[in-house]
Write a protein that binds this ligand. Structure first.
Ligand code: NAD
Ligand code: UFG
Length: 335
């Protein structure tokens, strides 16, 4: 199967590209390097021995995307390309809506023209908004609290409507929980621009000496130790979920939603303590105020993906902490 990975040079896309190549898929990356480096393609080649073909383009650019589809004869599209910083999306919402919605519309129109019928989409647990109960199942109510989240929500609606209207189209919407970790080679990993917003890259940058101390955002949540609880998932397990999603899309029509999470919630202090223990590095931290918009607890019920996709997260928190650090210490300045 020949698969287009939009945003394939990014954190999750690059790990998925490796897993797809190793499973025998043919992969093509389309990326504009807005939030990634062309060096990722060299690293993927070093890991797998195969160099994915690269198109440097904006996935919202209809003419460029059309030319690529004309050349490549894809069987499937996995759409990772998107802007993903929650805080930034509040500052520049129009750019987020333009980029994250236009890319999907361009792909859907071009896929229709070239009879490409399998679409896997990177959605997010953010569409559950402020959950009333956990664990989260796919049927629970969705709502969002920021423009980034709304782009995921709207994309889910657009893709569901498109699949409803076109009986040839198969859409799989994957709601990722919190991906951390890196490929065990240490050659690819998460490489945020500037000061990280997310917990694990912040911790690894403290560990490597780029940042002095971690701020823990709140210790008065109704959780066992008062800090926020999330469902952290190893990015390699998450990547493998895309293989299962492609197989599922190839044998089913319509749109289907799957949570990709582990079912296990860990607190901020669980992450800090496990990282310190596994890697032998103390992470100094201060308790700060709650971060606006944060929720107390968010973790998945992944039963649907376990049963229907036959997918399970195998790697544990120690693997995630070890592999995140292995990536950071081997690449202190990123790519
Ligand atoms: P990332 O920023 O590392 O990767 C996204 C890639 O898309 C980057 O390489 C970027 O350059 C590219 N890109 C963005 N807009 C583009 C455009 N118009 N044309 C071409 N390329 C474009 O992010 P990631 O963590 O790998 O996330 C991948 C997807 O998963 C995103 O859609 C994100 O919203 C979603 N997601 C991520 C998380 C997370 O915590 N990392 C959680 C849930 C969902
Ligand atoms: N946290 C800190 N200090 C930091 C960073 C984070 O204490 O410096 C805490 C947060 O308050 C939260 C937990 O660590 O309790 C996780 O925070 P992240 O920013 O790593 O992750 P979020 O759950 O807030 O958000 C992530 C992605 C979103 C996505 C969401 C659900 O950033 O894009 O997971 O998938 F929508």
């Amino acid at each position: 199967m020949k698969v287009l990975l939009t945003g394939g040079a990014g954190y999750i896309g690059s790990h998925t590209c490796v897993e797809l190549i190793e499973a025998g898929f043919e992969t093509v990356i389309a990326d504009n390097f807005d939030n990634s480096s062309p060096k990722v393609v060299d690293r993927i080649e070093r890991i797998t021995g195969t160099r994915p073909k690269l198109y440097t383009l904006d996935v919202a650019d209809k003419a460029a995307v059309d030319e690529m589809f004309e050349n490549e004869h894809f069987d499937a599209v996995v759409h990772f390309a998107g802007l993903k910083a929650v805080g930034e999306s509040v500052q520049i919402p129009v750019r987020y809506y333009r980029n994250n919605i236009d890319t999907t519309l361009t792909l859907l129109e071009t896929m229709k023209k070239y009879h490409v019928n399998l679409f896997v989409f990177s959605s997010s647990a953010t569409v559950y908004g402020v959950p009333e109960t956990v664990p989260l199942t796919e049927g629970m109510p969705t709502w969002c609290t920021n423009p980034y989240g709304w782009t995921k929500y709207m994309n889910e609606q657009i893709l569901t409507d498109a699949a409803r209207a076109d009986e040839e189209l198969s859409v799989v919407l994957l709601r990722y929980f919190n991906p951390i970790g890196a490929h065990k080679s240490g050659l690819i990993g998460e490489n945020p621009n500037g000061i990280p917003n997310n917990l694990m890259p912040y911790i690894t940058q403290v560990a490597v000496g780029k940042l002095p101390r971690l701020g823990v955002f709140g210790n008065d949540y109704p959780t066992p130790d008062g800090t926020g609880v999330r469902d952290y998932i190893h990015v390699v397990d998450l990547a493998k979920g895309h293989l299962k999603a492609l197989e599922y899309a190839a044998s089913h029509k319509g749109a289907e939603i799957f949570n990709l999470g582990t079912s296990q919630g860990y607190s901020v202090l669980d992450i800090v303590n496990t990282f310190s223990r596994v890697n032998g590095i103390e992470i100094p931290y201060d308790i700060k105020d709650r971060r606006p918009g944060d929720i107390a607890e968010c973790y998945a019920d992944p039963k649907k993906a376990n049963e229907i996709l036959n997918w399970h997260a195998d790697l544990g928190l120690e693997d995630m902490c070890r592999d995140s650090w292995n990536w950071q210490k081997n690449n202190p300045q990123g790519y």
